[in-house]
Design a protein. Structure first.
Length: 90
């Protein structure tokens, strides 16, 4: 599990520290939730409100995070808003 403490000690940016699919702690989940208002948020997870990048066609790519049952949190990685909508129902 990737923790806020581990990230801080690593001195890396988040995308160097965590990979899509990594389990993260609650502190990292809420840190990113509170950075900017999400563009998509539900009890399932959220999509950050600021794009991290864009596709070749200009579509925005955002960082996505998931909240599972109990204290399970996951970094989903970069995805478009449409990919996130589909992922919520898979």
């Amino acid at each position: 599990m990737k923790t806020m403490e581990g990230w801080s000690k690593s001195k890396k940016n988040f995308n160097e520290f965590a990979q899509p699919g990594d389990e993260i702690d609650e502190e990292i989940f809420y840190y990113f939730l509170e950075v900017v208002p999400p563009i998509d948020y539900s009890s399932w997870g959220f999509l950050m409100g600021e794009p991290a990048n864009h596709t070749e066609s200009g579509e925005a790519i955002y960082e996505a995070f998931q909240k599972g049952h109990g204290s399970y949190y996951k970094y989903l990685g970069p995805m478009t808003a449409e990919q996130f909508k589909v992922a919520k129902y898979v």
